[in-house]
Design a protein around this ligand. Structure first.
Ligand SMILES: [Zn+2]
Length: 88
């Protein structure tokens, strides 16, 4: 895999900076906001990025959840914390 953009791109093909190679234009989602009407990255790279973003957001949510519990415990030092899933 090389990140060097080739000087000429065959007709019907588009350069994908994520993969570092050309793919057929059908490998790209359409994106009307872009001059060529195609997404910047190919579908495969786009999906990979989406999954990664989801993972990062889930991790951030988990951190926020633990922070809330820690703050709650600080505010209620004598109370017993029972997760909602275990509450009667
Ligand atoms: Zn690609």
């Amino acid at each position: 895999m090389s990140n060097t953009k080739p000087v000429t791109i065959p007709h019907g093909m588009k350069w994908c900076p994520a993969c570092g190679e050309c793919h057929a234009e059908t490998e790209f989602y359409s994106d009307r906001s872009r001059p060529d009407g195609l997404a910047r990255l190919c579908r495969k790279a786009d999906n990979k990025r989406r999954v990664e973003r989801k993972r990062v957001l889930a991790a951030a949510r988990e951190v926020a959840r633990v922070d809330r519990i820690v703050a709650w415990r600080k505010a209620n030092p004598d109370a017993l914390y029972v997760p909602r899933s275990m509450a009667l």
